[in-house]
Design a protein around this ligand. Structure first.
Ligand code: AHM
Ligand code: MG
Length: 338
């Protein structure tokens, strides 16, 4: 029975065969990333179980456990990906500075950025979390890797993906040739291709936004959401459904599965903090935009395409509005009119 199933390893190697001049470096790197996600999946299951069962002193222990899981996941990613010689450096949402590959290992031509445990505030309530990653080519093979090397627009990404630690653990991947989804078979410890050629329906009647920020929203976002909420009686003439998981990986996965719109837009509260948005360009916005666009959707800041932005800093934050193409075009139109 297993012979009829495509494992992620097999998929990665077969993909590589279509790339002229491929050396196996990229396949090796993706395999290491997959291994890291399997280890994190295992840790998350264990951590959530401890959290759910804890009673006395739950808050303290939970607080520490959660923090520990963020740090542990980060460490797993570093350790899994530093040794093989495919990378020159890594950058993570959890680390202030970039992580050049230590001198005891060979250095390769790729750069890896990641958010090791996105939505980690959901851990203590046993709701889905995920890992997001992106692979870039190193612009200059000779010099010591620098932060500047990572400041490439999203259009330069070689691959991006996420692992979703939900009721089942899934890995969703793009190498710029569509989007494929894999489910972890816990019995054999392998991701199996279960969702080939994932596409986002262009039409949707479902949106996701943290509505507690409504009073801070800018007019175009308010206009869009007001119309959705007006439903059948309003301008759209149809009822809309709403979801908010507070776990971007789970939201994007839902959109890849049945369509929808996800928004973490610019608002007055974010602006007052002097930030450019809530979500990080290099670890969250760009990889998710690459996946969403490859699945036929769209991803914008409001006015601009996210993947066209020239990053200015490693931890830069941007507004994110992504999902079903027709709705995103409508929201972009509202921004242009305002
Ligand atoms: P994190 O990287 O610190 O986990 O934050 C990112 C998460 C996203 O997954 C999610 O969309 C968002 O933060 C939720 O924010 P909020 O709690 O404001 O609704
Ligand atoms: Mg995050």
């Amino acid at each position: 029975m297993h012979n009829n199933r495509t494992t992620i390893t097999q998929y990665i190697i077969e993909e590589q065969r279509h790339v002229a001049g491929a050396t196996g470096d990229f396949s090796g790197l993706l395999n290491d990333v997959v291994t890291a996600c399997k280890v994190i999946s295992n840790m998350v299951n264990h951590g959530a179980l401890v959290g759910v069962l804890g009673s006395a002193g739950q808050e303290n222990v939970q607080g520490e456990t959660q923090k520990k899981l963020d740090v542990l996941s980060n460490d797993v990613f570093l350790k899994s990906n530093e040794w093989a010689g495919h990378l020159a450096a890594m950058a993570s949402e959890e680390m202030e500075a970039i992580y050049p590959i230590p001198a005891r290992y060979p250095r390769g031509k790729y750069l890896l950025t990641f958010d090791p445990l996105d939505g980690s505030s959901n851990i203590d309530v046993n709701v889905s979390v995920g890992t997001i990653f992106s692979i870039l080519r190193r612009p200059d093979d000779t010099a010591e890797p620098t932060e500047q090397d990572f400041l490439q627009p999203g259009t330069e990404q070689v691959a991006a993906g996420y692992a979703l630690y939900g009721p089942s653990t899934m890995m969703v991947l793009t190498t710029g040739n569509g989007v494929n989804g894999f489910t972890l078979d816990q019995n054999i410890g392998e991701f199996i291709l279960t969702h080939p050629g994932m596409t986002i329906p262009a039409e949707t009647r479902e949106f996701a936004i943290n509505a507690s920020n409504m009073r801070f929203w800018e007019p175009p976002v308010r206009r869009y959401v007001d119309e959705c909420l007006a439903g059948r009686e309003g301008e759209r003439g149809e009822d809309f459904n709403m979801r908010w998981i507070a776990s971007m990986v789970a939201e994007v996965h839902r959109i890849l599965t049945r369509g929808g719109v996800f928004m973490y837009p610019m608002d007055e509260k974010i602006r007052a903090k002097g930030q450019g948005g809530k979500l990080r360009l290099l670890y969250e916005a760009n990889p998710m935009s690459f996946i969403v666009e490859q699945a036929g959707g769209a991803a914008i800041t409001g006015r601009e395409r996210i993947m066209s932005l020239q990053p200015e800093a490693l931890h830069q934050r941007v507004p994110v509005i992504l999902g079903s193409r027709n709705e995103i075009e409508r929201i972009q139109g509202y921004h242009r009119e305002s």
